[in-house]
Design a protein around this ligand. Structure first.
Ligand code: BG6
Length: 491
């Protein structure tokens, strides 16, 4: 029987993601019996008032899966404790409430930090001081939301603070991208099939493109976003996770440390950039109108878009560039990984006068979202046209092959924490290595002479410079947007 204690319970994450995910787990009969969910934050609520509020928000986010009768049953598991992270006595009272709910039974407790990140150290310290991290009556685990630090130094400090109270095996650092089915499917695609892996290296792959484009603008999150920017917000975590999963070696077992050891090796192999290389291999941009968004500094130099070319210096990937790109206010929402293969060594079928014209390369495209699937691009003979060729695709779509809606990533991640499986969570060294990759970029932009911030129109693929940037390497972005669209309602 687990108790899940959410700190920062009155915030957006709890109502938008955590409670709907727990409700779905309950609906699917995956939530262990006798689970208690306890919200902790400063706002005053009674248990019932909080349940009432969550009922409305869950209805909104769970959509047609919301069944009021089921919710009534589920809501009995939800409790609320008004409290201040800065007050010892509030933790003591929380302790009392948990003991009452758990009735002396050995219970796994999961402390979920959904507060603003500046409160993480304090929350951890108080959990330690109040004895709540003590494992004598059951396992104690802590879940820490992103952002985990704002640079290498602060992330290292946070790891130290956490390790004063919790051992690493008790710590679950969330990257919600790892909860996505389509991201986990990259592991299955690579390691449960034998046809892809022999090609998955520098001998056959020309380069890799990883794009996470968003249509949304900064919205109501300027307070956080304007201090973070796209590199901290998307590259340090989500994009580097996609890069490691795409490029890691096969672990010998699907267990937390085996998987994370392989990811760590990739991050250790990513070539750090000098300021001169940052100037050459990155572009930063800001969408027009960003400075006028509520809460954004009028002279803000925060990038809302960036591209970066990274190299993974190991035997498998030497010479294969990884082009990463992410931005807000772009033309459409898509997260996709394009694996582009090398050109055939000799072209038999082009007419003499076209002998030097390049044929479109083979590509394997992993569509993470909103389309969910995989495409293979390859050349096909055009019927009744001599040996003329055309690029065609083989498409796999989850919604064509599997019934039901895709679960939200938080469902899987919360269940994994309850089961003590940290395979899909970042380890301390992983987070620090990721900061070690992006810090030199951020520092170069701030402290060294660099090309100025480029502006872009809302609804574009970032600044013009970024569109043609790969042209210097004789390559170009493959923008397939909207993607994998056919009859069904995508996007
Ligand atoms: C979050 C970022 O981690 O990921 C947001 O803070 C971003 O700025 C979001 O919008 C993207 O997540 P998803 O699942 O919509 O791709």
């Amino acid at each position: 029987m687990p108790s899940i204690i959410i700190f920062g319970a009155s915030g957006d994450l709890t109502s938008r993601k955590l409670i709907p995910a727990l409700f779905q787990l309950y609906r699917k009969k995956r939530l262990p019996a006798d689970t208690n969910i306890v919200g902790f934050s400063r706002t005053e609520f009674s248990h019932d008032a909080w349940r009432g509020q969550l009922s409305e928000t869950t209805q909104k986010f769970a959509g047609k899966d919301f069944d009021p009768k089921l919710w009534e049953e589920f809501a009995k598991k939800i409790f609320y404790h008004p409290g201040d992270l800065g007050k010892d006595e509030d933790f003591q009272q929380l302790c009392g409430l948990l003991k009452e709910l758990e009735q002396g039974k050995s219970t796994t407790r999961i402390y979920y930090l959904a507060t603003a990140p500046q409160f993480y150290p304090e929350a951890v310290e108080r959990l330690g001081k109040s004895g709540l991290a003590d494992e004598k009556d059951g396992a104690r685990r802590i879940v820490i939301e992103k952002p985990f630090g704002t640079d290498l130094e602060s992330a290292t400090q946070l790891n130290e603070d956490v390790h004063k109270v919790f051992r690493e095996r008790q710590v679950y650092r969330i990257d919600h991208y790892l909860g996505k089915e389509t991201v986990q499917n990259i592991l299955v695609l690579r390691f449960a099939n034998s046809i892809f892996e022999p090609l998955w290296n520098r001998n056959y792959i020309d380069h890799v493109q990883i794009t996470a484009a968003e249509e949304v603008k900064v919205g109501r999150r300027a307070g956080y976003y304007d201090t973070a920017g796209v590199v901290r917000d998307m590259f340090q975590n989500h994009l580097l996770q996609l890069l490691t999963i795409t490029s890691m070696e096969a672990p010998s077992r699907f267990e937390a440390d085996y998987v994370r050891n392989e990811k760590v090796k990739v991050l250790q192999s990513v070539r750090p950039m000098t300021p001169e290389e940052v100037a050459k291999h990155t572009i930063r941009g800001q969408y027009k109108g960003y400075k006028q968004e509520p809460g954004v500094a009028p002279d803000s130099q925060t990038p809302t878009f960036a591209v970066a070319k990274l190299h993974v210096d190991n035997w498998r990937w030497q010479g294969v560039p990884f082009y990463l790109r992410s931005g807000k206010a772009m033309s459409c929402r898509t997260t996709q990984i394009v694996i582009q293969f090398r050109d055939p060594p000799h072209m038999l079928f082009a007419k003499e006068k076209h002998k030097h014209r390049k044929v479109e390369a083979n590509r394997l495209i992993i569509h993470i979202q909103p389309a969910e699937g995989i495409q293979v691009y390859f050349q096909t003979k055009v019927p009744d046209a001599g040996m003329a060729m055309r690029q065609t695709t083989l498409d796999f779509r989850f919604d064509n092959q599997f019934a039901g809606t895709m679960p939200d990533g938080y469902e899987r991640l919360l269940l994994d924490v309850m089961q003590g499986d940290a395979s899909l969570f970042a380890r301390a060294d992983e987070v620090e290595l990721a900061w070690g990759i992006v810090d030199p970029i951020l520092q170069a932009w701030q402290e060294h002479e660099q090309p100025p911030m480029a502006e872009y129109d809302v609804g574009e693929w970032g600044p013009t410079e970024a569109l043609y940037w790969m042209g210097n390497d004789d390559r170009y972005w493959l923008d397939v947007c909207p993607v994998l669209k056919s009859s069904a309602a995508h996007d």
